[in-house]
Design a protein around this ligand. Structure first.
Ligand SMILES: [Zn+2]
Length: 274
């Protein structure tokens, strides 16, 4: 699956899990700030598994740190779509988020989520890059944006630290499912690789589901970037956008009621409905 599509499906999954309105799941209910910050973070956690080779967009996002980390992950996981795209690789990132989430400072102004801030410095920047939010940006823009996001997350993240591992688990599952429904498949049981016996490799259905290299796939969307993938991702992205906008509106209502009241009365005057 393409990077932007991973990011959009991550944000959509977070909106579904953390919101309680109609057409949502409400499994991990949060307030509007939690939905917004978690949505941006999960757009990033849904990309983190592709930090597994040095030439990926993720690897180039925050030089030189992101490049060094990419080489480390590449060496540990065996390269692209190998170790990170497995149950073990996914579990590693969830544990990392559990540790980072618990690094909080209790101050007079409230709880500062320092660990989440550092992790989200990478995650939200990766998401913005994959979604092409700043099309022509150099590394300075990326770093400024990433540091700003780190600050916002440190300050405004939900007080309960569990949101970060929940976001990571959501992103990792969404990513693995996304890659699994395109033709390449994923080595779910890595480092155990069970290749299909020779006589099965030629059977029509089996050869698509259980690949000769041991990867598993249910190629509903065809190859990565196919027309089918785009068709599915349009409503998924729209769902994420609507959810995030509703959360932003609710947040505005709580913190800037005067500004919003002015805005709507202005609109009413303009439209002649007030
Ligand atoms: Zn992938």
């Amino acid at each position: 699956m393409m990077g932007g599509h991973h990011a959009a499906s991550g944000a959509a999954a977070w909106v579904a899990i953390a919101s309680t309105g109609p057409y949502t799941l409400g499994w991990y209910p949060l307030d509007a700030a939690g939905i917004l910050i978690g949505g941006m973070a999960t757009a990033g956690t849904a990309l983190v598994l592709d930090w597994d080779h040095r030439h990926s967009t993720v690897a180039q996002s925050l030089p030189p740190l992101s490049n060094i980390i990419a080489v480390g992950i590449e060496n540990a996981s065996g390269g692209h779509r190998q170790g990170t795209h497995s149950l073990l690789g996914g579990a590693f990132f969830v544990v990392l988020a559990m540790v980072a989430g618990q690094i909080q400072l209790h101050t007079d102004w409230g709880i500062l989520s320092v660990g989440a801030g550092v992790l989200c410095m990478f995650l939200i920047n990766i998401a913005a890059k994959a979604l092409k939010l700043f099309p022509k940006s150099g590394w300075i823009t990326n770093w400024l944006f990433a540091l700003t996001m780190a600050g916002l997350v440190t300050w405004f993240a939900p007080d309960q630290w569990t949101w970060l591992p929940v976001s990571m688990l959501t992103g990792v599952v969404v990513h693995i499912v996304g890659d699994m429904i395109t033709t390449g498949g994923v080595p779910l049981l890595w480092p155990v690789v069970i290749k299909p016996p020779k006589f099965l490799r030629k059977l029509p259905l089996v050869k698509d589901v259980w690949k000769a290299n041991g990867a598993f796939s249910i190629p509903l969307l065809g190859r990565a970037g196919s027309r089918r993938e785009w068709l599915v991702l349009i409503p998924v992205s729209a769902y994420a956008m609507v959810g995030m906008c509703v959360a932003a509106w609710a947040l505005g209502n709580v913190h800037f009621p005067a500004a919003l009241a002015f805005g709507s009365s202005f609109m009413n005057t303009l439209l002649g409905t007030g």
